[in-house]
Design a protein around this ligand. Structure first.
Ligand SMILES: *[C@@H]1O[C@H](CO)[C@@H](O)[C@H](O)[C@H]1NC(C)=O
Ligand SMILES: *[C@@H]1O[C@H](CO)[C@@H](O)[C@H](O)[C@H]1NC(C)=O
Ligand SMILES: *[C@@H]1O[C@H](CO)[C@@H](O)[C@H](O)[C@H]1NC(C)=O
Ligand SMILES: *[C@@H]1O[C@H](CO)[C@@H](O)[C@H](O)[C@H]1NC(C)=O
Ligand SMILES: *[C@@H]1O[C@H](CO)[C@@H](O)[C@H](O)[C@H]1NC(C)=O
Ligand SMILES: *[C@@H]1O[C@H](CO)[C@@H](O)[C@H](O)[C@H]1NC(C)=O
Ligand SMILES: *[C@@H]1O[C@H](CO)[C@@H](O)[C@H](O)[C@H]1NC(C)=O
Ligand SMILES: *[C@@H]1O[C@H](CO)[C@@H](O)[C@H](O)[C@H]1NC(C)=O
Ligand SMILES: *[C@@H]1O[C@H](CO)[C@@H](O)[C@H](O)[C@H]1NC(C)=O
Ligand SMILES: *[C@@H]1O[C@H](CO)[C@@H](O)[C@H](O)[C@H]1NC(C)=O
Length: 467
């Protein structure tokens, strides 16, 4: 008897606690009137011949991989970052230059060749991407050609001849490097592809065994003062992006140097990577900022959640969301989209003509892709109250639709109530769930009183509301 009473009493307590939790469950307040940065898109690169690897796939696998990256069957990415070659040679893992042989002097015309193997199939990839709705193409040059540098090779760092502390017996090669960049952009234009942004550097704070060119802010400014007028004279609409430093702090340092030298106005876009320091604060600029390359160095991980792992889906959902909410980025790019590497670095594993395997990291990107957010959308105010496990972001599209991404980092489900919406009487709010068992699984939020929607967000999940 005593035991039974205790059980009943316990059940009443549990029910009361549950009711209390529901009544004061976590709420998310959306305020569409408070607008932050505009959204450009998400993207990837297939530089260093990973575009060739995609091209080698058989037709159905090629289509599958491209659709996963660039359509709403997958990540819905809208930005492609191509590699602008500097190597004298063609071959696996290299990006061959369009001016591979040194001319007689720094003042001679460069020895141009046609885009080598269609720029390692990056021309093909650009067409495929554009056909699937990619609206922005970036060309990034990892280095100037060896003969334009203090070291005589495009690998192993070194400086561009002609910048501060970059003096060469052969003279000043800044104009030659600028001319080569413009020729590359024109080669693409002649193939019907407009390149929106060109970046003369990649990780200039690093000396690597592959193509790399070092630079600090002052040295970049020394080159930007030549590149900018050269680009203007060409009549191309391409804008300059800079500088893809290895991490957020390194990029802030580059930018400060460029600003101090009075050359920030030459830029259309500021770009940094997430490796050495994560994008967690805005950079000090009014220009648009993108996170343009980041991945892990772990073995490839297809999972959504593995405690302590840095290459699984949930970690990347958080990385992407924080870049938008904390670092004020308008674009977020992973490193490779598809590659035949088994260690790290790509969202799709492709192998030997017919195998395409999808990581959960790709589905994390999908929640921030064009199915939910379109170019020109504004990020809007969204705050969580009542749970320390939830994080949220929200974007208002120009067509009146709104997307809200809710990440539950906790180990129990949360029933969240979304408030501050302007919903029609019978308007349904669609939800999309990604976690270990689901990839963008479609469902509906229960909506009540026209301006509040409720949905259960399972533990360790990403749920998007779309209305
Ligand atoms: C870059 O690193 C390599 C390997 O450590 C080294 O040999 C080379 O001198 C370095 N280059 C520069 C310009 O410091
Ligand atoms: C150039 O080199 C000098 C001497 O090493 C150094 O003090 C100065 O900071 C360098 N300038 C730049 C822009 O790198
Ligand atoms: C070539 O280098 C010399 C010496 O630095 C410089 O005076 C000249 O302007 C350079 N030529 C071009 C086309 O930049
Ligand atoms: C955020 O970026 C936009 C450009 O996209 C800029 O106008 C704005 O000043 C930035 N805000 C902060 C807080 O840095
Ligand atoms: C990929 O990851 C491995 C470790 O698994 C690391 O040694 C290698 O440097 C990484 N590759 C690149 C290009 O970062
Ligand atoms: C991450 O997950 C992968 C694949 O499951 C595994 O090989 C790797 O060791 C994990 N790394 C860490 C740091 O847990
Ligand atoms: C990836 O594909 C390229 C091009 O076919 C090939 O050269 C390379 O060996 C492949 N790498 C792996 C790890 O399969
Ligand atoms: C790639 O494909 C080849 C041949 O089809 C196969 O032998 C190999 O095991 C595959 N590699 C991986 C990592 O799956
Ligand atoms: C695929 O594997 C076969 C057999 O191992 C090999 O002959 C062929 O070159 C591979 N193709 C690619 C594109 O890697
Ligand atoms: C996520 O939520 C936690 C708990 O409320 C908070 O401490 C953290 O700052 C949030 N992170 C972001 C990126 O908003």
């Amino acid at each position: 008897m005593v035991a039974s009473v205790l059980v009943t009493f316990g059940a009443v307590l549990a029910a009361t606690a549950q009711a209390a939790t529901q009544a004061s469950g976590p709420t998310i307040k959306i305020n569409q009137k408070i607008k932050y940065q505009k959204y450009d898109g998400t993207g990837i690169s297939e530089a260093f011949q990973r575009s060739l690897v995609m091209h080698e796939l058989d037709q159905p696998s090629q289509k599958l991989a491209l659709d996963y990256l660039f359509t709403t069957k997958g990540a819905g990415m809208t930005i492609l970052r191509n590699g602008l070659g500097s190597s004298p040679n063609d071959g696996w893992d290299l990006m061959k230059s369009i001016a591979p042989e040194a001319p007689a002097s720094n003042s001679s015309r460069l020895n141009y060749i046609p885009l080598p193997r269609d720029d390692q199939y990056q021309v093909w990839l650009s067409y495929q991407a554009k056909a699937r709705g990619v609206h922005t193409i970036v060309a990034d040059s990892w280095s100037a050609d060896g003969y334009m540098k203090t070291t005589g090779t495009d690998n192993n760092g070194g400086y561009l001849c002609g910048v501060t502390n970059g003096s060469c017996e052969t003279g000043d090669w800044r104009q030659a490097y600028a001319d080569k960049i413009v020729k590359y952009l024109k080669d693409y234009r002649d193939r019907g592809i407009n390149i929106d942004y060109v970046n003369p550097y990649n990780e200039p704070d690093l000396n690597t065994s592959y193509a790399s060119m070092e630079s600090n802010g002052q040295q970049s400014a020394d080159f930007l003062k030549v590149l900018y007028p050269t680009l203007k004279r060409s009549g191309l609409k391409t804008q300059i992006a800079c500088c893809d430093a290895t991490g957020w702090n390194a990029q802030q340092e580059m930018l400060t140097g460029i600003q101090a030298a009075g050359e920030e106005d030459t830029l259309g876009l500021v770009t940094g990577h997430g490796y050495s320091s994560k994008p967690l604060t805005p950079l000090n600029t009014d220009l648009k900022v993108w996170q343009t390359e980041w991945s892990t160095f772990d073995p490839i991980n297809y999972n959504w959640y593995v405690a302590g792992n840095s290459s699984e889906g949930l970690t990347w959902a958080n990385n992407i969301q924080k870049s938008f909410t904390l670092a004020n980025v308008t674009g977020f790019l992973y490193w490779w989209g598809a590659a035949n590497t088994t260690d790290n670095q790509s969202l799709l594993f492709v192998n030997n003509t017919s195998e395409v395997r999808v990581t959960k990291r790709l589905w994390a990107h999908a929640h921030f892709g064009k199915q939910f957010i379109r170019k020109g959308a504004s990020r809007i105010e969204a705050n969580v109250a009542g749970s320390s496990a939830l994080n949220v972001s929200a974007f208002a599209n120009t067509d009146g639709s709104t997307a809200v991404q809710v990440i539950n980092n906790g180990d129990k489900a949360e029933t969240v109530s979304l408030q501050g919406l302007r919903l029609g009487r019978k308007q349904k709010v669609v939800t999309y769930l990604t976690n270990q068992d689901n990839d963008l699984k479609r469902g509906y939020a229960s909506s009540k009183k026209g301006n509040t929607a409720e949905a259960k967000v399972p533990a360790r999940s990403l749920l998007s509301f779309m209305f």
